[in-house]
Design a protein around this ligand. Structure first.
Ligand code: AMP
Ligand code: GLY
Length: 420
């Protein structure tokens, strides 16, 4: 079949890499893609938020399955548009995508259906929010309701910090309309773990657990980024905890969405805090995580394309096969200055000397310029390696990372360290 992947990051390169190995794929397109996706697919210059243009491309090129990487087209209703035109698009409807698109919707939904999560209050007026911001004690977490590229969350240690965050979000509108409403939320303690489930037809199959590293500097310091590295599976999550995640988070969410008339199809990504009282949801995403996907897909034995096709068409199979003894680690190489301002156009060297049968490079912000590779983004590329043990996977990943050469190349040196 002909397949279209939407997006341009490392996640999309990993998706295209896995799909390109499927015996079912005929033509594989990535829009807009990056320097790396061009090696496994045909890049197409499309704006992924221009739903008309994307649909027209899919119709004109007999695309049988479109897979959406980023959240924006999902929240904008691409799946509904495709369905109305008789096209298969892997992902949730616009109504179901509110689990990511509106944090207020997600919190109220979880409360209605007994999905464990932090205590919270919702405010649409800054005065009321400020008056009540001390109710849950400190630290307290303040979240803008809408999409804010992962930046709309502030952990405030004092009422001064909380009030200044409320001013930034609600009064100065740092995230525009996304900050018209805020959530003030109880601070949870524990280890963070992500779980991805592939959903369709009322069924969910969980992928292995993974852990992201959101802060820019080692030991989780500095500002939040899109993610600086990941590993999977997370060795300290027990089978019993996985069962609890399935029963209390995944199943209740799926059943709740179905009951409310918004059945969920696509990837449900739950960001969890493993607290003493069990797993609690920090956030939902309705798409694959980046960089987690880059660590998860090399663990998968089943054919990804078939899995996504069947989930869209009817339901995922009851089980998905993984290489049980395999661990994968992903380390992102970023441009100096990211997540703030950074330079573009640096020549990248060393890429031909990294890949092995158990190590790959997934590109994010790169392009080919004649015979050269050059940087075009903050997160430039990531190296992923897999081995029978986590320590070996991390070691191999860093051996690859050290061969990447460009002016200002930066990476964290402690990806996965907490799990060893
Ligand atoms: P979110 O985008 O909601 O996942 O929040 C971004 C980050 O803020 C999370 O990955 C956590 O590190 C942190 N965070 C969010 N909510 C809470 C909470 N209730 N308690 C503690 N940390 C939180
Ligand atoms: N890695 C975090 C995210 O994809 O949202």
């Amino acid at each position: 079949m002909n397949v279209l992947v939407l997006g341009s990051g490392g996640r999309e390169h990993a998706l295209a890499w896995a799909i390109s190995r499927s015996p079912d794929v005929k033509r594989l397109y990535v829009a807009p893609g990056n320097g790396g996706t061009a090696a496994v697919a045909k890049n197409v210059a499309l704006d992924t938020e221009d739903l008309d243009a994307v649909l027209e491309f899919a119709l004109d090129n007999a695309v049988e399955l479109t897979i959406v990487g980023p959240e924006a087209p999902l929240v904008a209703g691409i799946v509904d548009r495709f369905r109305d035109a008789g096209q298969r698009c892997f992902g949730p409807s616009q109504a179901a995508a509110r689990l990511e698109g509106s944090k207020v919707f997600a919190k109220e939904f979880m409360k209605r259906h007994g999905v464990p999560s932090a205590e919270f209050a919702v405010f649409d007026e800054p005065q009321a929010a400020k008056a009540r911001v001390s109710d849950l004690g400190f630290p307290v977490v303040i979240k803008a309701d809408g999409l804010a590229q992962g930046k709309g969350v502030v952990v405030a240690e004092s009422s001064e910090q909380a009030i200044s965050a409320l001013d930034e979000i609600m009064v100065r509108k740092k995230f525009g309309d996304s900050g018209s409403r805020v959530i003030v939320e109880e601070f949870l303690r524990g280890e963070e773990v992500s779980i991805h489930s592939i959903c369709g037809g009322g069924r969910a199959v969980m992928l292995p657990t993974s852990q992201d590293h959101k802060r820019i500097f080692d030991r989780d310091r500095g500002p939040n980024t899109g993610g600086m590295g990941a590993y999977a599976p997370v060795p300290f999550v027990t089978a019993k905890q996985r069962d609890a995640i399935y029963e209390t988070v995944v199943k209740r969410t799926l059943t709740g969405m179905e009951k409310e008339g918004n059945p969920f199809t696509g990837v449900l990504y739950a960001g969890l805090m493993m607290t003493d009282a069990g797993p609690k949801v920090l956030e939902f995403n309705v798409r694959f995580g980046d960089p987690e996907t880059q660590a998860l897909l090399p663990l998968m034995k089943s054919d990804l394309l078939r899995l996504l096709f069947e989930s869209t068409n009817s339901a995922p199979p009851e089980t998905v096969d993984f290489h049980g003894d395999r661990f994968a680690a992903t380390v992102v190489v970023a441009s100096q200055g990211y997540p703030g301002a950074y330079k573009k156009g640096e020549t990248i060297e060393g890429l031909s000397d990294i890949e092995t049968p158990q190590r790959v490079v997934f590109h994010a912000g790169t392009k080919r310029d004649g015979q050269r590779w050059v940087t075009t983004g903050g997160r430039v590329l990531a190296v992923t390696a897999w081995e029978p043990g986590l320590a070996a996977a991390i070691k191999s990943t860093y051996e690859g990372v050290k061969r990447v050469k460009f002016s200002g190349a930066y990476w964290r040196t402690d990806i996965g360290k907490k799990a060893l």
